[in-house]
Design a protein around this ligand. Structure first.
Ligand code: TMP
Ligand code: ASP
Length: 241
């Protein structure tokens, strides 16, 4: 039998159709990219680790009443998800200054933010995923006023639940990126993945600014021991879910 053709190939995942038009299969790859795919590599077993971490976290959020696209994880690298039309926004929630926030504002790395900051980026590789304003989102008709408010409220709820959960794993949730989509009933579902690729996770038990990094910054900044860090996140998440 011929392998089914993917509907879509992203940088970290392949999306396949299933017999049910309302259900898709996401296959997690080991491919790793950074800086809008200017840096490319591979992280051994990343597909399995990210699929499993995401599955645990989506299930955890579902049990807290947050609607996600997650259905189940039929194999280590595969997740069955509800089909959604992705809203082309990347919603980033920040608890501690890091990454582009430091580069663009001069706020020193590691500064705790008084309130979580929610940033919206346009999901468009050709444009380099630019930071948007509320007015630009409305101008571009990427989302309505109500949807912007809904995405912010949902993302802050996710932040509350995930920050508390990661704390039990001795991990500080510094910041993370979420994506959402609308299902066939028009319901807004949390989609994509939540993993060491899409979060900044610092080991609460480490103070050294390099050793504490348990996420894709190890790949972005060539800090080494990338697989080990991803494995440690998986082990702690599994132990606490
Ligand atoms: P940033 O500091 O580079 O804006 O990243 C903020 C968070 O978003 C960080 O946890 C990493 C995540 N992220 C992605 O998941 N995908 C991306 O393409 C980028 C740029 C960041
Ligand atoms: N997703 C980004 C890319 O386009 C990488 C990153 O997470 O920094 O390569």
């Amino acid at each position: 039998m011929n392998a089914p053709k993917p509907l879509y190939e992203g940088k970290a995942k392949l999306i396949y159709p299933t017999d049910d038009p309302l259900v898709l299969r996401a296959y997690f790859k080991d491919d790793a990219t950074a800086f809008n795919a200017q840096k490319k590599g591979s992280i051994t077993d990343k597909g399995e680790i990210n699929c499993t971490v995401s599955s645990y976290l989506f299930r955890h959020l579902e049990s807290d009443g947050i609607a996600t696209h997650w259905i189940d994880q039929p194999s280590p690298r595969e997740m069955r998800v509800r089909a959604v039309k992705i809203v082309p926004l990347e919603v980033v929630v920040r608890n501690i200054a890091a990454g582009s926030l430091c580069q663009q504002t001069g706020i020193p790395l590691g500064t705790p933010l008084e309130e979580p900051l929610v940033d919206f980026y346009f999901k468009d590789d050709a444009l380099g995923d630019p930071l948007l304003t509320r007015d630009r989102i409305l101008l571009m008709k990427v989302a309505t006023e109500e949807q912007i408010d809904q995405l912010k409220t949902l993302s802050l709820m996710v932040n509350k639940h995930l920050s508390a959960f990661f704390k039990t794993c001795d991990i500080t949730l510094v910041d993370f990126k979420l994506e959402y989509g609308l299902d066939s009933d028009g319901q807004m579902l949390l989609a994509d993945e939540i993993s060491p690729d899409t979060c900044r996770l610092w080991d609460t038990l480490e103070t050294d600014p390099e050793r504490r990094v348990m996420d894709k910054d190890r790949f972005r900044k060539d800090l080494g021991s990338v697989e080990e860090a991803y494995r440690r996140v998986l082990a702690r998440v599994m132990a606490h879910c």
